[in-house]
Design a protein. Structure first.
Length: 207
């Protein structure tokens, strides 16, 4: 006669929920950014500063004063991404600027290269820009203190990029469990052994 279990059978979903109801985090630790992939954040992460920190050009072109009615402008200097301009721009002047370059003082718009003819240090505008045209304003991407990632979020490649963006190189994460797998049975031998009669190699533990 088959033996009947003394315990009532439950659905898999119910059993899983019972486990989760009794489970709790194992504590937290800090890992380097390069080791954080696949881990779970132990706390919210916020932006440490505005991004961009200064208005910057979204195109290669000429930074100008949008309200300036003149279209024949003196080119004062060139600003590339990563460096600041040295000169104050006033009506009648402009600065050649590359994509990502911070707008020089006095400017509030950028005219694309395709809409400008430059000759002998003079920029002739073929297009009259409006205020803020081709400009990424301060804080367009992130504001200081803005929530970037939430606690318990799994860290993947995109999250790694966000953490790097806000300077979070020491990442607070939940600890990983330490797991030991044991296989019992008098009939088991190690995989490198030749099983004697009646014995089998232990495969479950390695699986």
């Amino acid at each position: 006669m088959p033996r009947v279990s003394a315990y009532e059978m439950v659905e898999v979903g119910d059993a899983l929920q019972t486990i989760l109801d009794r489970a709790s985090p194992l504590g937290t630790e800090t890992v380097s950014l390069s080791s954080a992939r696949g881990r779970y954040l132990a706390q919210d992460v916020t932006a440490d500063a505005d991004l961009p920190g200064l208005p910057r050009s979204s195109v290669d072109g000429y930074a100008v004063v949008a309200s300036d009615p003149q279209t024949d402008l003196e080119v004062l200097e060139e600003v590339t991404a990563g460096r600041l301009g040295h000169l104050q721009v006033t009506p009648g002047s402009a600065v050649r600027i590359m994509t990502g370059g911070s707008l020089p003082d006095g400017t509030d718009a950028v005219v694309m290269f395709e809409d400008v003819e430059e000759t002998d240090g003079r920029a002739i505008l073929q297009h009259k820009p409006r205020h803020g045209e081709n400009v990424h304003p301060t804080g367009m991407d992130l504001r200081a203190g803005q929530l970037v990632l939430r606690q318990a979020q799994r860290i993947g490649p995109a999250e790694i990029g966000l953490l790097a963006t806000v300077g979070c190189v020491e990442v607070p994460v939940f600890r990983l469990p330490r797991v030991a797998v044991l296989a019992t049975g008098d009939e088991l031998v190690e995989p490198h052994e030749t099983p004697p009669p009646g014995a089998v190699r232990d495969s479950n533990r390695f699986t």
